[in-house]
Design a protein around this ligand. Structure first.
Ligand SMILES: Cc1cc2nc3c(=O)[nH]c(=O)nc-3n(C[C@H](O)[C@H](O)[C@H](O)COP(=O)(O)O)c2cc1C
Length: 336
């Protein structure tokens, strides 16, 4: 099984990706950038451009490593193809279309999961993309993969979606086993996931399949896999994408492949490296700390009875206060 680091808006930016790759090398076979939005005016935001510059992604570019996948948010083939060409020129080899973002600002613009509401339109968009890809020298050798949910409100919508996906030479299909209306809540719909994979194969879909949803521990992984085994689809699933689980435990992929569990020293080093990484591109201590708090929202689960110490981390407004509060939590709380 391969493990992927999921795209997570504003979190999985280059400092995190580079540091994670450096510290937990080998456990994750693909990292996904958060989505970049392909807009009609054909420009990327500075933040998006910065995140993709090869100079900021040296661990991937220096090793000629194509394991960094760029995700594109687009509601039509024209802007997708423009963005794809721009990103391909930077040297990326795989582009991923976002068909899962449930935010209403995105869905209302018929992007992300919004595209799942009109399968005929999605079909014609994909048809245009793949036809143009063949006739565009810059895109000919680029891999295009999809990350989808099972539907908007009802998982039965996935039958038609799978029929559509099976028509195109996508290089991988990641299925987040939820519908848009689930947002990130509820247990993943494993049954519907398995049915959708069967359907995709019945329709002739050849792409490797990646599962996504609620893998936080080895137990989650084993339970999910055994469910798939019972349904006869385990052999079809070659990858699992880890989102919140790998934010909570950066060693998760290593643990799932039978390696060591995360140590307190490793987590401390990881947090120290993240501070240094964010400090390079975010002005003011306060803002660096806010960025780190996005990690603490997940990482706090490693500390028992630590409310007082976590509060101090949240209240820190200078680098000194923050680092002292982090030292305290590691020194005073049980690490689990
Ligand atoms: C804060 C946050 C930001 C996210 N941003 C993106 C994104 O940019 N693109 C995307 O396809 N999914 C995004 N997702 C969804 C995740 O990639 C993943 O599909 C979802 O969290 C389910 O996996 P998990 O249960 O392992 O977390 C985001 C999720 C979270 C929690």
């Amino acid at each position: 099984m391969n493990f992927y680091f999921a795209p997570m808006e504003s979190i999985t930016m280059y400092p995190l990706r580079n540091i994670h790759k450096d510290m937990f090398s080998g456990s994750v076979s693909k990292y996904y950038s958060p989505f970049v939005t392909a807009v009609k005016s054909k420009h990327f935001k500075n933040r998006e451009k910065n995140d993709l510059l090869p100079v900021h992604n040296k661990p991937f570019f220096e090793e000629q490593d194509s394991s960094l996948v760029v995700q594109i948010m687009s509601g039509n083939s024209e802007t997708f193809l423009w963005a794809a060409k721009e990103i391909a020129q930077l040297g990326y080899k795989e582009l991923n279309l976002n068909l899962g973002c449930p935010a209403s600002t995105v869905v209302n613009r018929h992007k992300g999961a919004g595209l799942l509401a009109d399968p005929d339109y999605l079909d014609s968009m994909l048809s245009d993309i793949f036809e143009a890809k063949e006739n565009t020298p810059e895109l000919k050798d680029i891999d295009i993969s999809l990350k989808t949910r099972l539907g908007i409100t009802d998982e039965s919508e996935s039958a038609r979606l799978m029929e559509i996906y099976a028509k195109y030479p996508i290089t991988e299909l990641t299925v987040h086993a939820r519908v848009k209306d689930d947002f990130y809540k509820n247990a993943p719909r494993l049954d519907a996931f398995c049915n959708s994979i069967k359907r995709y194969r019945e329709c002739g879909g050849k792409a490797p399949i990646c599962y996504n949803g609620n893998i936080f521990s080895k137990k989650d992984y084993e339970n999910t896999l055994s469910f798939m085994e019972k349904e006869g689809v385990a052999d079809e699933v070659s990858s699992m994408m880890l989102g919140r689980g790998i934010l909570e435990n950066p060693a998760l992929a290593r643990e799932l492949t039978g390696g060591e569990t995360l140590s307190a020293t490793e987590l401390k080093d990881y947090l120290t490296s993240l501070y240094a990484g964010y400090e390079e591109y975010i002005p003011e201590d306060r803002n660096v700390i806010f960025k780190l708090l996005e990690h603490w929202a997940f990482i706090h689960t490693h500390f028992e009875n630590c409310d007082k110490y976590l509060k101090a981390i949240r209240k820190a407004r200078s680098k000194g206060e923050y680092l002292a509060a982090v030292r305290n939590i590691f020194a005073s709380c049980n690490f689990i």
